[in-house]
Design a protein around this ligand. Structure first.
Ligand code: AMP
Length: 605
């Protein structure tokens, strides 16, 4: 498949942020895509080479691209930099400079076979397959020595060879990880369903396949080659993460009983990090809630856990919680942040010990367990995982009424946890979805105005005074599930300590984007825009109608969104959360209505 087809398509997608238009462009692209390239196309659209959980990195910097441009395109670095300063994107800057330089519109350098490995230049046409293969080769280079840098430059040159300026632009964006089309996974699935089954409704089946394997390329290839029947047979794959099941929140024991019935399981809701553990023999792989590989933070889990397992292979879910080793008490989530470091992890492991608290089993001895009921899964869990001082089952009680829930809630809070998770006994594990089969009852939800929200950081404002050099205020957004966007809801400037500001600065600096991501919906100005990738927790005194903010726009009143009044950062940087797990517009609307109702009830009293 010619790369120019993909580049054309990227160009169109860059020009819009409307979901329907994006879907249409994707359908047109998929219709032109041979089946054996579809998975590559799907990864490339998302600016990746493989699914995120494989952690493939290209490790190409702007500096290296500039060196390659100088060497192989023969264009003056200063010319590119002048354009770059105006445009802010290196891919576009190089292609614009090239366009001026080449009359033919096609760049073709004479190949010097002494300098370059001929094979990578041996192109009849510039195909997606070849571009992908070269990008893959770059990702496989290890180390940072001169030799490796030179090899990378050769590869980059070969990517640009025989390319039109538009192709150069997008290849460069792929190299630098700056291709940001704003195409969400949901939009890709809509388009796949339309292109390969003619029916958008089939998207639900694709969603299921995606939920159990987290690999959109694999899903795409399956529907292209085996149709919907292939998708229906999609199975869990050991060492491919399963997208986690989520819980709805309830405010009181009474509300929980109304939603969940008369007998259910209550588990402690521990305040730690959710870990999905895949094990076969001595091989242990750990995924975070946002499905990143996290073995490096938990060498103690890797070392200790295989001996607790009595199964050939298994996929488990557990909450890793920092503990006080002397008292056995659970410590807050922030303690775990000390483990998120590259160096001296052994020291952090001793200073911040954890316990691992199992609450689910999704696969065991080659069999899918997600379709079994909660009760059956808990039995399998207790049969195949042995407890010791490090590995525990999460404390659980079967409860029948309000008093029993209250009792267990008190125990849970006293042990240092956040509240309870309430789970229906006869329901399966619903990968990747939030629903009322699991409910969360946090202590603070009983206090109406103390509700916390998990919001996405979309913009920043530089601080003054003591905060100079940091972002003093952040612009936050909810997640709009229908549109797959991040509409702004408030600015937050309180609740930060010097330490948390430093931590946030470190994390956010790698997320700065030159252009506002098309999924961000906001008319506010910001000093910097961030890629929507980080979730933080805030509390607020009230939710009000807002002419400025875009969350839940038009839901309560025409032309008004919702905003948080007096928002305050709680100190929790939720690095383990995916932005699609942030508080949704629906949740904010429910809170807004709940607050109105309380005010109304108070007035009647
Ligand atoms: P929240 O982050 O408030 O949406 O709550 C969901 C998170 O609670 C999960 O992602 C887990 O990390 C955590 N959690 C703690 N205890 C449990 C439990 N017993 N069952 C499921 N999740 C739990």
């Amino acid at each position: 498949m010619e790369f120019s087809i993909l580049a054309e398509s990227f160009n169109k997608m860059e020009s819009t942020r409307k979901r329907l238009e994006l879907t249409q462009f994707l359908v047109e692209l998929f219709e032109k895509t041979p089946h054996d390239v579809i998975s590559k196309i799907v990864y490339l659209i998302q600016g990746k080479l493989r699914p995120d959980f494989e952690g493939i990195e290209l490790g190409v910097s702007e500096k290296l691209v500039l060196r390659a441009a100088k060497k192989s395109l023969g264009i003056n670095e200063n010319d590119i930099i002048t354009t770059l300063n105006k445009i802010g994107d290196l891919g576009t800057a190089i292609s614009n400079t090239l366009e001026k330089k080449t009359q033919t519109g096609l760049f073709d350098f004479g190949i010097d076979s002494d300098t370059y490995d001929e094979a990578i230049f041996d192109t009849k046409a510039n195909t997606v397959e070849r571009i992908y293969e070269v990008l893959w080769s770059i990702s496989q280079l290890e180390g940072a020595g001169k030799n490796i840098q030179d090899k990378k430059i050769n590869f980059i040159s070969s990517l640009w060879n025989k390319s039109k300026p538009t192709e150069v632009k997008f290849v460069t964006k792929l190299l630098l990880g700056t291709l940001r089309l704003g195409v969400a996974e949901n939009t890709v699935m809509d388009a796949l369903a339309i292109a390969y089954s003619g029916n958008k409704e089939n998207r639900k089946k694709l969603q299921h396949a995606y939920n159990v394997t987290s690999d959109l390329g694999n899903v795409a290839e399956t529907i292209a080659t085996k149709g919907i029947e292939g998708i229906e047979k999609f199975e869990i794959i050991l060492f491919n993460p399963i997208r986690p099941m989520l819980a709805d929140r309830v405010k009181s024991e009474t509300e929980a009983i109304e939603k969940i019935g008369s007998e259910f399981a209550a588990e402690y809701k521990l305040d730690g990090e959710r870990v999905q553990i895949h094990i076969e023999g001595e091989k242990v792989v750990l995924f975070s809630r946002s499905l990143e590989r996290i073995e490096s933070y938990y060498p103690d889990i890797i070392e200790k856990i295989p001996k607790n397992i009595q199964a050939d292979n298994i996929i488990l879910e557990a909450e890793a919680v920092a503990i006080n080793e002397n008292t056995g008490e659970f410590l807050p989530f922030q303690e775990l942040m000390h483990r998120r470091r590259k160096y001296k992890i052994e020291k952090a492991v001793t200073e911040y010990p954890i316990s691992l608290n199992f609450f689910d089993v999704l696969y065991c001895n080659g069999k899918n367990c997600t379709e079994l009921s909660y009760k059956e899964r808990r039995e399998i869990l207790e049969k195949h995982v042995k407890e010791d001082g490090f590995a525990k089952y999460i404390p659980m009680n079967i409860v029948k009424n309000k008093n029993e829930i209250e009792d267990f809630m008190e125990n849970s809070i006293n042990a240092g946890s956040e509240g309870l998770m309430l789970k229906m006994l006869d329901k399966p594990y619903q990968a990747g979805s939030r629903g009322s089969h699991w409910l969360k009852l946090k202590r603070e939800y009983r206090n109406e105005l103390g509700d916390s929200l998990d919001l996405v950081v979309i913009g920043g404002y530089f601080g003054k005074g003591r905060r100079t050099g940091n972002y003093g205020t952040l612009l936050l957004a909810t997640y709009d599930e229908d549109e797959d966007t991040f509409p702004s809801i408030c600015k937050v400037g309180t609740g930060f300590t010097d330490e948390s500001l430093d931590q946030l600065y470190q994390i956010l600096n790698s997320k700065v984007s030159i252009k506002k991501n098309p999924r961000i919906i906001s008319e506010m100005e910001a000093d910097v825009w961030f890629e929507p990738e980080l979730v933080i927790e805030v509390v607020a005194s009230e939710i009000t109608l807002s002419p400025i903010h875009k969350a839940a726009m038009n839901a309560i009143r025409k032309d008004a969104g919702l905003a948080l009044r007096f928002p305050k950062f709680t100190g929790k940087i939720r690095v383990e959360k995916a932005v699609e797990d942030a508080s949704t517009n629906e949740e904010v609307i429910t809170l807004y209505k709940g607050q109105k109702k309380i005010a109304h009830d108070k007035n009647l009293m």
